[in-house]
Write a protein that binds this ligand. Sequence first.
Ligand code: NAP
Length: 308
Amino acid sequence: MSSSNHTVFVCSATGYQGGALARRLREISWNVHATTRNLSSAAAIALKDMGVHLNECDWDNAAALKDSIKGCDKLFLCLMPDWDDPSRELRQCQIILQIAKEAGVKQVVSSTTLGVSQLDANVRVYPGSFMEKHMLNKKAIEKAVEDHGFEYFTFLRPTFFMANFLKPKVKRYSEICDHRRWTTAMTNETQLPILDHVDIAKFAVAAFQDPVTFYGRAIGLASDQMRVQEILDLLGEAAGQPGSIRAIFLTDEETEAQDDGTSFASTHKVLRTASDYVDLDLLRAIAPLTTFKDFLKREKEAVKQTYT
Ligand SMILES: NC(=O)c1ccc[n+]([C@@H]2O[C@H](COP(=O)([O-])OP(=O)(O)OC[C@H]3O[C@@H](n4cnc5c(N)ncnc54)[C@H](OP(=O)(O)O)[C@@H]3O)[C@@H](O)[C@H]2O)c1
């Protein structure tokens, strides 16, 4: 396959997974089109410097999207939830898919969440909770991709990002860096699968390079897996403060008491069984995986900045 013939529209190219993918695609000399809402951000400038065709655009702006997707034969679909407007992500998805279809895109690789695998397996999620809505939204995105009749599609379903332990993403788990503890509805025995966002890009590239083999597959993505306290111990060591971060495990009663549909505890309860939905051996056969130790080594500057 002649690589230089391919042009990929990468959603979220200024973000973690999209950024890693844009870089990898440029490394193999594929063309990358992308959008950002701020052409002067550091991430946007870095993309420009690596030869990404970048337009200023919000995903609500169909005309600008049309301009950017024109000439692309592949699409990496990775959108953002809007907590204030839960239907926005799916609306933007429909706009992008319609434009991609009309532009002649043949293959879509869509990054959603491991939660879709759990939803499919009827894992108990608190009805009406923000987590349930989030999972349903991502599942609806996958259905929309299928319904648009692209020649090839693949679903990547990422687990909990390793980057969630570092700035800026740690703000959702600020207790970890502010108070050096993580209060969670997971248990001491829970094996938590965690994912390096750079590994998502490896799987997306593998799928883009071999659309037939990856056609129709939904792949739960993780890079490493261990107990919560082991994760926090590695984090503490990398920060030069061994043993400083402790996991606090809520009892089932405490979890139920918090589980009113809005708290984050419900999310963590779902994470108790996340490891049932990833097959690390299968993943390793497709691409090399990054251990949490190696991730922390690579991100040592971010570790230092987060845990000063
Ligand atoms: N964190 C986790 O543990 C985890 C696990 C599984 C799945 N996920 C999913 O991963 C996705 C986030 O991926 P990420 O962390 O790689 O992204 P990220 O680093 O948070 O980056 C967000 C990207 O979205 C773009 N963006 C946001 N709103 C936009 C809008 N209205 N119009 C155009 N562009 C917009 C931003 O572009 P500009 O700011 O440049 O415009 C940026 O490129 C989410 O859908 C999340 O549900 C996360």
